[in-house]
Structures are given as structure tokens and as C-alpha cells.
Design a protein around this ligand. Structure first.
Ligand SMILES: NC(=O)c1ccc[n+]([C@@H]2O[C@H](COP(=O)([O-])OP(=O)(O)OC[C@H]3O[C@@H](n4cnc5c(N)ncnc54)[C@H](O)[C@@H]3O)[C@@H](O)[C@H]2O)c1
Length: 117
């Protein structure tokens, strides 16, 4: 979990822009944003910022390396992003119309040793 403060500032700036583009559009703002990997480092900060912006959020995370309490009071679905049926059911049930995707592996060394993972 070695994200620098600069990464978080950049993430926050992108999120404000993302939210502004939503507000500028004709979208129904009651619809939810699905955050994959929302129990991880970048994802959980993103969830917190989206909640500050008043956006409905739902998290999909396998908890392979995530931390469930980091999601707070946001609905957390524990599962794999590769499970198409699960993703489709979340999108339908939670009225999702946007996805922020942070689920993944991040260790550079591991990506060299196991590139197919
Ligand atoms: N941390 C950083 O400094 C940084 C900087 C730039 C980009 N990124 C990228 O952002 C993404 C998230 O990074 P992070 O630091 O938050 O990592 P993290 O390991 O803290 O979070 C990743 C989350 O994804 C979940 N996850 C992994 N595979 C999954 C799957 N198949 N289905 C559902 N959930 C799954 C994990 O359980 C974990 O909660 C990665 O792609 C990383 O490369 C991170």
C-alpha cells in the first residue's frame, strides 16, 4: 500500500472532474456508481470522496487484499469482477450507470513473475 499523497491528490482531482461531467450531463444523479476494488487503497478513498459528493455507491471487491471496514456504510458485494452474472445483477439491482474500476493486482514484481495472473 505504497500510494503517495500525490497519487491521492491526483485521484481526487480526477473525481471532481468526473463528478462535474456527470452534473453537466443529463444523467439521473440518483443512479449509483459501482466501484470495483472499493475495499482497496485507492478504491476506498474513492468511495469516501464519492460519498462526500453525495453519490450513491456500491462496491464489488473479492477482499483478496481489501479490507471490508474501509468501505464504511456503503453496500459491499464480495465477489470477483470476472463473474459476469454477478456484475450484471449488481448493475440491475443497484441501478448502476457508471463504473470506476480499481480491482486488480498492483505489485510490479509479481507482474514480472506471473504476467498471466
Ligand atoms: N496504489 C497506488 O499507488 C496506485 C497508483 C496508480 C495506479 N494504481 C492502480 O490502482 C488499482 C488499485 O490499486 P490499490 O493500491 O488500491 O490496490 P489494492 O490492492 O489496495 O486494491 C485492489 C482491490 O481490488 C480487489 N480485487 C483484486 N482482484 C479482484 C477481483 N478479481 N475481483 C474483485 N476485486 C478484486 C482487492 O481485494 C483489493 O481490495 C490497481 O490497478 C493499481 O495498479 C495504484
Amino acid at each position: 500500500m505504497a500510494a503517495s499523497g500525490r497519487e491521492l491528490v491526483r485521484t481526487e482531482r480526477h473525481l471532481w472532474r468526473f463528478n462535474e461531467s456527470l452534473l453537466a450531463g443529463t444523467r439521473d444523479l440518483s443512479m449509483a456508481i459501482l466501484v470495483t476494488g472499493g475495499a482497496g487503497y485507492i478504491g476506498s478513498h474513492t468511495v469516501r470522496l464519492l460519498r462526500k459528493l453525495g453519490r450513491p455507491v456500491v462496491v464489488l471487491d473479492s477482499l483478496e487484499s481489501g479490507y471490508a471496514p474501509a468501505v464504511g456504510d456503503v453496500p459491499l458485494v464480495v465477489g470477483d469482477i470476472a463473474d459476469d452474472g454477478l456484475v450484471a445483477s449488481i448493475v440491475a439491482k443497484d441501478n448502476v450507470d457508471a463504473v470506476l474500476h480499481f480491482a486488480g493486482y498492483k505489485a510490479a514484481g509479481e507482474s514480472m513473475r506471473q504476467p498471466g495472473r
